[in-house]
Write a protein that binds this ligand. Structure first.
Ligand code: 13P
Length: 253
């Protein structure tokens, strides 16, 4: 029996209109039952434009709502940006930060992500800090160094007391949307090292409590094996979270 309750989180990325999001969320609600919620915490992260409506449709349903990004300022002249306070007011409890798509396509740095983590926690949101190595970093044996640096820099001066204020998601860049999943050995090695580092930065209690999710081509066929690993406390799912049938397939696996 695992010490930590698993979190199965769906990152919808830039998919679905508000109406499509509501339809999918309602379908998800109808397909989940008490047993699923006893075993798992469940979170979905639709695009910003769907948050308010989806929040209404999952009210009192035990499904947490996450945003996919925020800017670190609370308000101001930042055309096109959205703050932690704003997504919180839309019903969010979580926010995905530092996703490799943000790092690679939008040039987000560890320092920038660190400011957003700080802002999210101050606003009472739970950040899901995403980290992961590229294929070439893995091939040159830099994986653990890259992950250490992303965790250390991402959490610089972030104070954490229980470990429940924060979630970490290990998502190898080469496994995202490729159908190629990291092997159980690769995943467990990464998660074990991340937890050790969290113990070093904070303490054993924080390290024992913090959820470390795996992401990268998770689907119903590989979820069971990945989720049974000792240091894996859930999954961050992209493609397979877009249809309630696939997402619940993972949960029920
Ligand atoms: P896929 O599940 O589509 O590989 O995406 C993973 C991901 O990026 C979740 O944040």
């Amino acid at each position: 029996m695992k010490k930590r309750k698993c979190l199965i989180a769906g990152n919808w990325k830039m998919h679905k209109t508000p109406q499509e999001s509501v339809n999918e969320a309602l379908k998800l609600v109808s397909m989940l039952d008490e047993k699923d919620f006893e075993k798992y915490d469940i979170m979905i992260a639709p695009p910003f434009t769907s948050l308010s409506l989806v929040s209404e449709s999952i009210k009192n349903k035990n499904i947490a709502l996450g945003a996919q990004n925020i800017y670190f300022e609370a308000q101001g002249a930042y055309t096109g940006e959205i703050s932690a306070q704003m997504v919180k007011a839309c019903g969010c409890t979580h926010v995905i930060l530092g996703h490799s798509e943000r790092r690679q396509i939008f040039n987000e740095t560890d320092d920038f992500i660190n400011m957003k983590i700080s802002s999210a926690i101050s606003a009472g949101l739970i950040p899901v800090l995403c980290i992961g190595e590229t294929k070439s970093e893995r091939n040159s044996n830099k994986t653990l160094n890259v992950l250490d640096k992303q965790v250390q820099n991402g959490l610089k001066a972030i104070s954490v007391s229980t470990g429940n204020e924060l979630v970490i998601a290990y998502e190898p860049v080469w496994a995202i949307g490729t159908g190629e999943t990291a092997s159980p050995e690769q995943v467990e090695e990464a998660h074990f090292n991340i937890r050790k580092l969290i113990e070093k930065i904070y303490n054993k209690n924080v390290a024992d409590n913090i959820k470390i999710l795996y992401g990268g081509s998770v689907k119903s066929g590989n979820a069971k094996e990945l989720l049974s690993l000792e240091n894996v406390d859930g999954a961050l799912v992209g493609g397979a979270s877009l249809r309630a049938e696939d997402f619940t397939g993972i949960i029920k696996a």
